[in-house]
Write a protein that binds this ligand. Structure first.
Ligand code: ADP
Ligand code: MG
Length: 464
């Protein structure tokens, strides 16, 4: 840390060191580094300590989260109550982030295109996702109609925000991106941004690390239509939620349109801040359900036509009968079928379809969802599945939870960290522990091993 150009007398500077030492003791390291290290003591007169901070955002954050801790640390160090005042000065405090001394706020903003956290600078829309190829059925009619309506009048319908929820592979990403494509191509919105809540989170963290928090906020606040996918990843990420909360308020207040997707109903979004959760439900909440037989059939026909594949009605019916839960897997069956038929030059017959279906049955589909695993494990242990996501440490629950975590590692591509979040916000060390523990149990207890194997078989079947 460079010596601050402080007007603080030397003994008061020692006091400031005492204050920061105390804060370091009391706060998690990352919080201290993010919020307090950049602070610089400036002057002390009339029982008033003036601190220099990088931005308004710091002020808001410190006041709302650390006010008490900071005031106490200051009072302790001085041995009496001290008034705190702040001066916002982005230029000076940027020294702490190893920027060149002449770095100014302006320069950092114009440098934005290279700012790695600029996901919001692009629309990130996949042109393949359109309303025209989003097949309508009872399972999605309402969600589709509302999406279409709002994309033609963003911010001007009662559907603001729109929250679409539903299981994996049921079309959430397709639908919310269709909103963006339709709006932008027909001139209903100018600036559209599609982003997953994971991308938003990593942008936000980078923004703070690079001391470009303001630029970050500005970019996100500059859009007409914000499409935020998989909002469930915000669970247990308090700071990101807080930031997103402000982004939401800003956009909503300015009449901009917000659209969200979630893989579970708002009721099940535990770990999401109450205020944010309530805002997500201000407009319209609608579910994408599993497609019925007719919709599955229509999707199969549409997809096969798009791929230039000739399917007989028999084969289409067969596939629609056997693939009921997940449109993504249904698509992968079609792709397998196409690949098989072109590889061995075979006509796409029912037999070939049966082979493909069987093959897919025998290999665990990688896209099985955590919820599904939790559901099947909790049925096996006869406990409500939400206990797996709760804090309880009751023995039966802990055991079932560890097995569910173990199987989630096996059946999904989720990171250990993400798995922890799906199990009530646990950290990745807990997930590793579960994996090691269950592996040992499988080796040492044949009864339990068989039980786990049975669950595994059920998952393999259900995953198709
Ligand atoms: P989710 O985001 O809910 O997990 P996706 O939107 O990624 O699901 O959908 C999975 C796949 O299924 C995508 O390729 C998508 O195009 C397709 N799909 C989903 N719903 C429909 C539908 N109603 N009509 C046509 N294709 C669909
Ligand atoms: Mg998706």
């Amino acid at each position: 840390m460079t010596e601050p150009a402080s007007r603080l007398p030397r003994d008061h500077r020692t006091i400031w060191q005492q204050i920061t030492a105390k804060l370091q003791d009391e706060l998690p390291r990352q919080s201290y580094l993010t919020w307090f290290k950049p602070i610089e003591p400036l002057s002390f007169d009339d029982n008033k300590l003036t601190l220099r901070i990088p931005s308004q955002f710091y002020y808001d954050w410190i006041e709302s989260h650390y006010r008490k801790i900071l005031h106490n640390a200051v009072a302790d160090a001085f041995g009496k109550d001290i008034e705190l005042s702040y001066i916002i000065d982005s230029k000076r405090t940027s020294d702490y982030y190893d920027e060149k001394p002449d770095a100014s706020e302006e320069r950092r903003i114009t440098a934005l295109p290279s700012y790695p956290g600029s996901a919001a600078n692009k629309t990130h829309l996949n042109p393949r996702y359109r309303f025209s190829n989003f097949i309508e059925g009872d399972c999605n009619r309402f969600a589709r109609a509302a999406s279409m309506a709002l994309s033609e009048a963003p911010g001007k319908t009662p559907f603001n925000p729109l929250l679409v929820y539903g299981g994996s592979g049921l079309g959430k990403t397709h639908l919310i991106q269709a909103i963006g494509n339709h709006a932008i191509e027909n001139g209903y919105a100018r600036k559209v941004c599609y982003v997953t809540s994971e991308q938003f989170t990593s942008d936000f963290i980078k923004g703070i690390q690079l001391n470009q928090k303001d630029s970050f906020s500005r970019i996100y606040r500059n859009v007409d239509l914000l499409l935020l996918d998989d909002v469930q990843f915000f669970m247990a990420k308090e700071k990101t939620q807080e930031e997103f909360f402000h982004t939401f308020n800003f956009l909503h207040h300015s009449g901009k349109q917000l659209v969200f997707s979630s893989d579970r109903s708002p009721r099940e979004l535990e770990g999401l801040d109450e205020r944010l959760l309530s805002r997500l439900q201000w407009g319209l909440v609608t579910e994408l359900r599993k497609p019925d037989f007719e919709t599955r059939l229509a999707i199969i026909k549409n997809l096969s036509e798009e791929d230039g594949m000739v399917l007989s009605d028999d084969v289409a019916h067969f596939l629609a009968m056997h693939m009921t839960d997940n449109i993504r897997i249904l698509q992968s069956a079609l792709i397998h079928l196409l690949a098989q038929s072109s590889l061995i030059g075979r006509h796409i017959s029912i037999e070939l379809a049966r082979d493909v279906v069987k093959k897919l049955h025998n290999q665990p589909a990688r896209s099985i969802s955590v919820e599904h695993i939790q559901e099947i494990v909790s049925k096996e242990f006869d406990i409500p599945s939400d206990l797996l996501r709760s804090k309880t440490r009751k023995r039966e629950v802990t055991q079932a939870r560890q097995i569910a975590m173990f199987l989630t590692i096996e059946f999904t591509k989720l990171t250990l960290k993400a798995i922890g979040l799906h199990f009530g916000g646990r950290d990745h060390a807990t997930v590793i522990h579960a994996r090691n523990f269950v592996s040992k149990v499988i080796e040492s207890d044949p009864g339990k091993a068989e039980r786990i194997n049975n669950i595994r078989k059920r998952l393999e079947l259900a995953s198709f």
